[in-house]
Design a binder for this molecule. Structure first.
Ligand code: GLN
Ligand code: ZN
Length: 541
């Protein structure tokens, strides 16, 4: 009703101007008739993610006095459009007498600008991609081809050849492994309660263990060295020695601060997804295919080209080196399969579910490798878990969470009961997917909470959540240094909602965007506040 009222009001003033209402990221099954009844001139429908768009048009018809802006070139992914199916769709709609404008399924903000400057990507791969500029060319091709006998047109023939020729994409070993995953591999054999007991005995951590989310400040020095290494200005050995020195200093700093579970600092990583993508089989990288991630930040998403597997260990040597420098537990740091997939350009020739499971097997190999090498606390970040949730809540589980969560469990199900699996999430609200988060079956979960007034803790309580939690005690998105009393206050509030033996103390995200000075001061305050809390809670557990 609100929709109708709003639009009728808006349109009542319309005189000379034509109005197009463009929709995207799915179909409009709930409002199709209301939308087509409006006194507008054009309606944009998404025929890529809108699974029911074609059905809606066929079933209810499309008004003869309006133009359909047909979103048939994918605005979110980077693969070439399949002309055969697009032309068939256009023909079908034309035969119904519908007036058409050919368009992309959504704005082109989600894809890189142009392929023109990708000089390193071999042609055999590159010809399969269409970035923003090339997508405009595709719309042009389609509009010209539709009125011709296109089967003989070289543009059509070249396009069709792309869909039978995907070099280096199929790896029988990966496919066989995927097909043979036993049901039991989706679940740790020892239930959480029992693991929790075993882990408390094994690690013997103090009450309210303190830790960080993984990265330490990526200073100018770190970035310049990485650049120098990439440009061939310093040797691999020099670069490795530099990173080792950074790790050593970072471990020493954490020891001095008195943190309980340490990290190596992630200095070797440019980005939490790119770092893993670069080392996996089946993944391609561009030189300049940047897209906006948020605000002024940009990322260069990996392209999942073929079957994915781990070529060799990706993080083990860094974690093992870091562990050798301290008696305290060193936390291994990995990015989870769902986040890698959600921040990449996924394949379109196999399902995202299968791609995610392949990634999960690769990360599982890394988890077991870390464990075998003495790293007994491993954090698998799923920062972007929520990002591919379908628009309609009714589709959340069936179309996404029902495979995304098992994919996460596949990563850690092979661990011994003492091996403690952490996960970390941020950038979003979680209150409505707590059962799914619970089903990840992690041992500890840290998340962003400092800006959301701790509402999530109420939901955790309501959902009888038993996993140990580390709700971030201060916001790392600003250089501000939180005072001891401020952190202590946050912890006191948390303790009203979380049992003391379940509470971890940590910042609310990685520290890589922060400066060194403010980081040291903030962490010092964090440890001090925790000490006060421990003092007050002496003898409780
Ligand atoms: N481990 C990552 C880091 O500390 C997590 C980043 C994130 O949550 N986005 O940087
Ligand atoms: Zn985070």
């Amino acid at each position: 009703k609100l929709f109708k009222d709003l639009y009728q009001g808006l349109l009542s003033q319309k005189d000379q101007v034509k109005v197009l209402v463009n929709t995207y990221f799915g179909d409009v099954r709930d409002v199709y008739q209301e939308l087509t009844d409006l006194a507008i001139d054009g309606i944009g429908l998404d025929f890529i993610e809108g699974k029911k768009s074609q059905e809606l048009v066929e079933h209810y018809g499309f008004p003869k006095d309006k133009t359909l802006f047909l979103g048939l070139v994918n605005g979110k992914n980077i693969w070439r459009n399949n002309y055969q199916s697009s032309l068939a769709l256009i023909k079908d709609l034309k035969s119904q007498g519908i007036d058409l404008v050919l368009s992309t399924s959504c704005s082109l903000l989600h894809v890189p600008y142009s392929l023109e400057n990708e000089s390193a990507l071999p042609e055999k791969y590159q010809k399969h991609f269409a970035f923003a500029e090339e997508k405009l060319g595709e719309l042009n091709d389609l509009s010209q081809l539709i009125d011709t006998d296109y089967h003989h047109d070289p543009r059509f023939q070249e396009n069709q050849a792309l869909f039978t020729d995907r070099p280096d994409s199929y790896d029988p070993k990966v496919q066989e492994r995927l097909a043979a995953i036993p049901k039991t591999a989706y679940q740790r054999s020892v239930p959480f309660d029992e693991r929790e007991k075993a882990q408390k005995a094994f690690f013997n951590l103090p009450l309210f263990p303190t830790t960080t989310i993984g990265s330490f400040p990526q200073t100018k020095e770190v970035k310049l060295k990485r650049k120098a290494f990439k440009n061939g200005e310093i040797s691999q050995a020099d670069y490795q020695n530099f990173l080792k020195k950074k790790i050593k200093d970072c471990v020493q700093l954490q020891e001095e601060l008195g943190l309980d579970v340490l990290v190596h600092g992630e200095f070797e990583r440019n980005d939490m997804v790119e770092y893993f993508g670069e080392q996996l089989n089946g993944v391609l990288f561009t030189e300049k295919a940047w897209v906006q991630s948020y605000g002024t930040r940009c990322v260069k998403p990996p392209i999942i080209w073929g079957d994915v597997s781990r070529a060799q260990s990706m993080t083990v040597s860094w974690s093992v080196y870091a562990q050798s420098l301290t008696k305290k537990p060193m936390k291994g740091m990995l990015t989870g399969p769902v986040t890698i997939l959600n921040w990449s350009f996924p394949r379109e020739d196999i399902s995202v579910k299968d791609s995610t499971l392949q990634l999960a097997l690769a990360i599982r190999d890394e988890v077991l490798d870390l464990e075998a090498n003495g790293i007994r606390i491993i954090q698998v970040d799923e920062a972007a878990l929520r990002e591919k949730l379908p628009l309609r809540q009714s589709d959340w589980y069936t179309e996404y969470l029902d495979w995304a969560i098992p994919a996460f469990r596949l990563v850690h199900s092979g661990c011994h009961k003492e091996t403690q699996i952490h996960t970390h999430m941020c950038y979003s609200e979680f209150t409505d997917i707590i059962p799914a988060i619970d089903a990840m079956d992690a041992d500890v979960i840290t998340f962003e909470a400092s800006r959301s007034n701790l509402e999530i803790l109420d939901s955790l309580k309501e959902n009888h959540f038993t996993t140990e939690v580390g709700p971030g005690v201060y916001d790392i998105h600003s250089p501000r240094i939180p005072s001891v009393s401020e952190i202590k206050e946050a912890l006191d509030k948390m303790l009203q909602k979380v049992k003391p033996e379940k509470l971890w103390v940590n910042p609310d995200c990685g520290l890589k965007t922060r400066g060194e000075k403010e980081t040291q001061a903030s962490l010092k305050h964090l440890v001090q506040a925790t000490k006060e809390l421990r003092h007050e809670n002496q003898g409780i557990v």
